[in-house]
Write a protein that binds this ligand. Structure first.
Ligand SMILES: Cc1ncc(COP(=O)(O)O)c(C=O)c1O
Length: 559
């Protein structure tokens, strides 16, 4: 064989190409190994499968007997449902009437009403257990609807309500008075912004601050900055984590387009650390610390409560250890670590999740409660990451503006919240906060156990989720029994119960009584009748079979 220079060059290039492909293949393998096994971990597949799920719903017979319950149980269920329906119709009449009137014109109302429970049950539930969308007033830990019914509030205003509605009413009122002289002048700042910035820097331990209008926008800006400064394209989110509704951080179901520059990795996994160590295209890692309550699972919602597979458990030490490892890898690889504290900031500790877990991030996003009751998104970051232009490349900028950023009324309400954080009263509130809420959760769990009720609370401080302990198909109904007992829930139902920190022991005892009463009524009405042959797997299999049958039927009967 002639080993001339051309042959050697070709061989050399071939070897280099092979080596490159092997490295690329290795990285691809690493990436797929770092995906969580669930559909939430496989965003593209999930989106494709979601598009195939056909609509069907249960008729009257199946609605009450989809788990194969015997006649006597079905009779109890029917009686319970009729009782609940009559109660809803009379007690919430005016609130529901106004909701029905408004519904055809408010898209959000139609969406939330359709997705309170698994879709197979949704039509019957909407017809017979209509949930009102209006409230008249709030007072301390309660809210009152248009019919004058008072509920203990566990909606937490999507997490905004950390310190109690009375605090936010006061913050908005006092803030508005301080902003009134300037009014809604935008562009130039109200001087209070200087104090806000100093306080936010002290809280975050970071150098600079930017103001936005929502948590979603704050996350968009943090990711954009990370991409700009690292000159890398990809963002890492962890499986199931919510970071607002911007496309790049919502890679799965819900986003009509695939998120091309997003890696969805497994939370708390060495495989994910390997991906971070080996890929060169990762600009930032986003962490929503709320995932510590249910790593790798999406935010729990009763619309997906088809069985009892929902699990949650908060292990602070394990999650702290994970965050430490993440911090280390991000520092080594020049990846920006972004803490998304939009939901949890100031609920766990005075200085947020960074303080609570003892980890420093490069960028932190805040929102929700920080606006003192008004809309807000904030990014705090290291100055080298926050800069929006390059001194040596004047045309290469990272643009971020927004008409309502730094609105005077929001800034003054925010100042009320920031000063409230530093008060002696708030500081004492944070002391032993976890112990207080853990004890309260244990108390309820003991009562549930004593009453042999098949459900338990899992909590991360004052954020709770209800888990169900035996395979069942009607768990989603508990939210309706809870409303009947005077507990207000958000549209995700028992997936997320959010307590404000002004719940006294007496308030809490009232909620505990009502919660146990709701579960007892549900038990009495036969919804937790237990078929010993039924498992969570067999439930899922049965639903899958229904879907296939529905698709086949739709094909053979197109009209
Ligand atoms: C962790 C997290 N990030 C971002 C957002 C989005 O915030 P917003 O709804 O204000 O846009 C949310 C909202 O729930 C959130 O929980």
């Amino acid at each position: 064989m002639d080993w001339g220079p051309t042959t050697l060059t070709v061989c050399g290039l071939g070897t280099a190409a092979l080596a490159t492909s092997l490295v690329t293949l290795r990285r691809r393998l690493d990436l797929s190994q770092a995906k969580h096994v669930s559909l939430a971990g496989h965003a593209r597949i999930a989106r494709r499968l979601a598009a195939l799920v056909p609509f069907y719903d249960y008729d009257d017979e199946r609605f009450f007997r989809c788990d194969g319950a015997p006649d006597d149980v079905v009779i109890r269920r029917r009686a319970g449902f009729a009782w609940l329906s009559a109660l809803y119709r009379s007690r919430f009449a005016e609130t529901v009437r106004r909701t029905r009137e408004a519904s055809s014109s408010i898209s959000d109302l139609q969406f939330t009403a359709a997705y309170r429970v698994p879709f197979q049950f949704s039509r019957m539930v909407r017809e017979h257990l209509p949930v009102g969308a209006f409230l008249q007033s709030s007072e301390a830990v309660t809210v009152t609807d248009l019919d004058g019914n008072r509920f203990y509030d566990l909606t937490g205003a999507y997490g905004v309500n950390v310190f109690g509605y009375e605090f936010y009413k006061g913050a908005i009122e006092r803030g508005a008075a301080r902003a009134a002289q300037l009014g809604p002048v935008l562009g130039p700042y109200h001087p209070i912004i200087i104090d806000n910035v100093e306080r936010l820097k002290a809280i975050s331990g970071l150098d600079e601050v930017s103001f936005h209008m929502s948590g979603t926008e704050a996350v968009m800006q943090a990711v954009r900055l990370a991409r700009y400064h690292t000159r890398r394209s990809h963002v890492v989110v962890f499986c199931g984590a919510y970071h607002g509704w911007w496309g790049d951080v919502q890679p799965g179901i819900g986003n009509p387009l695939p998120a091309q520059a997003t890696y969805t990795l497994r939370d708390m996994s060495e495989d994910s650390l390997r991906v971070l160590r080996t890929r060169r295209d990762i600009a930032c890692v986003l962490v929503n610390p709320l995932q510590a309550l249910h790593p790798n699972a999406p935010a729990p919602s009763d619309s997906s409560l088809v069985d009892s597979a929902r699990t949650a458990h908060f292990d602070k030490a394990a999650y702290t250890e994970w965050l430490k490892q993440l911090r280390q890898v991000c520092s080594q690889q020049g990846i920006a670590l972004i803490f998304d504290e939009v939901f949890l900031g100031f609920r766990l500790a005075e200085r947020g999740a960074q303080e609570y877990f003892g980890i420093r991030a490069d960028l932190v996003t805040y929102g929700k409660t920080l606006g003192g009751g008004l809309p807000i998104g904030v990014v705090c970051g290291r100055s080298d990451l926050m800069k929006r232009y390059r001194d040596d490349r004047p045309a290469d900028v990272c643009f971020a503006r927004g008409t309502f950023n730094s609105h005077p009324y929001v800034m003054t309400a925010m100042n009320e919240l920031l000063r409230h954080l530093e008060s002696a009263q708030t500081r004492s509130l944070y002391r032993d906060l976890d112990a207080l809420w853990d004890t309260r959760a244990q108390q309820i769990n003991q009562r549930l156990q004593q009453a042999a009720l098949p459900l338990r609370i899992a909590n991360m401080s004052s954020i709770w989720t209800v888990c169900y302990t035996q395979p069942a198909r009607y768990n989603w109904l508990l939210q309706y029994y809870m409303r009947a007992e005077g507990i207000a829930l958000s549209w995700v139902g028992t997936g997320r119960l959010i307590f404000s920190l002004d719940y006294s022991d007496t308030d809490f005892a009232a909620v505990a009584d009502r919660f146990v009463a709701a579960a007892t009524a549900m038990q009495r009405d036969g919804w937790w009748w237990h078929n010993p042959k039924m498992t969570n797997k067999s439930i899922k299999r049965a639903i899958f079979t229904e879907m296939i049958a529905r698709r086949v039927f739709a094909r053979s009967h197109p009209h």
